[in-house]
Write a protein that binds this ligand. Structure first.
Ligand SMILES: *[C@@H]1O[C@H](CO)[C@@H](O)[C@H](O)[C@H]1NC(C)=O
Length: 310
């Protein structure tokens, strides 16, 4: 694949970008400071977002996001995270990191709170089905207007890809790179201060209609954090296309061409080798403990019997 790195920086959202002629709208608790846009402060039950006013008609692009998540809460006593969007809808608040559910388009979530581990009302089936993972967790979802993000399960039912990224209260600058080239979406992170991109998600055949809006949103609940966007830079990428690729029809609804690449993934996870290993290990340990207890009881019983006979 040839990408001409004669990229064009299109929009930069940064303090200075926010003038009256700004191409961005703020909503909720979002506020602009000289150094960043704070989507939510480290306070309970806040929602904030920033949305581009200009629809995006780029076919190939790259979005580089410099963000910061910080707060007073100890690990797992913070939340909920932030989301980046490229959707048909804009400026709608709701339950998905401060944005509406059943959205149409792309959502990329930096989730800092593991709901699935804490929801006691969920069936143990869920805990078995979805293996444990470390948070913050970055995940990708493509909404088509009817798909629903399941907050209690951290979106595991609709997730197309993702990775753990230790990006909260970090001493390093934390970055996300989202690249969309020829219907292939790649997400990369730079959160370890190494100045290099680490693969996070790679989804092919992901088809997004043109004319959607970029945005970023965040929400806090019982738990909170500061969720800051330091910068969001959108680059246009020039990519060579064959005539065949040129003629590919535009889609009207977002969709993934080959959903097979994800089918069975969740099930595999549920009965992963690690899971089986631990089940086996604990079974063996359990049997071992039973055997020892049995031997002790048997020993006592025999001794008592012997004593009675003397
Ligand atoms: C949205 O996607 C889901 C899952 O792939 C599918 O079942 C549903 O029919 C789609 N909705 C529309 C309107 O295409």
């Amino acid at each position: 694949m040839t990408i001409f790195w004669a990229v064009v920086l299109l929009h930069v959202i940064l303090c200075l970008g926010f003038s009256s002629s700004s191409q961005w709208d703020l909503m909720g608790t979002a506020m602009v400071t000289p150094d960043y846009v704070r989507l939510t402060p480290d306070l309970q039950s806040r929602q904030g977002a920033v949305w581009s006013r200009v629809p995006c008609y780029l076919r190939d692009w790259e979005l580089k996001v410099h963000f910061k998540i910080s707060g007073q809460g100890k690990k797992n006593f913070n939340g909920d995270g932030l989301a980046l969007w490229l959707t048909k809808e804009r400026m709608q608040n709701g339950p998905v990191f401060g944005n509406m559910n059943q959205f149409t388009g792309l959502g990329i979530f930096v989730d800092t709170y593991p709901n699935i581990d804490k929801n006691r009302h969920l069936e143990s089936f869920d805990l078995l089905y979805f293996s444990q993972r470390a948070f913050p967790y970055i995940s990708v979802m493509l909404g088509n207007g009817t798909l629903t993000y399941d907050h209690d399960r951290d979106g595991r039912t609709t997730e197309l890809g993702g990775c753990t990224a230790i990006a909260r209260n970090s001493i390093y600058d934390t970055f996300l790179l989202i690249r969309y080239v020829k219907n292939r979406l790649t997400v990369m992170t730079d959160v370890e201060g190494k100045q290099e991109w680490k693969d996070c998600a790679d989804i092919t055949g992901l088809r997004l209609p043109l004319g959607y809006f970029f945005g970023a949103s965040s929400a806090t609940g019982d738990l909170s954090d500061n969720h800051d966007i330091i910068s969001m830079k959108l680059y246009q990428l020039s990519v060579e296309r064959t005539t065949e690729e040129e003629e590919q029809e535009e889609v009207l609804l977002p969709r993934v061409d080959n959903m097979d690449q994800f089918q069975g993934k969740v099930e595999d996870e549920g009965t992963s080798g690690v899971h089986l290993f631990f089940t086996f290990l604990f079974s063996v340990l359990g049997l071992g403990v039973l055997a020892v207890v049995g031997l002790i009881v048997y020993g006592r019983w025999k001794e008592n019997r012997r004593k009675r006979f003397y």
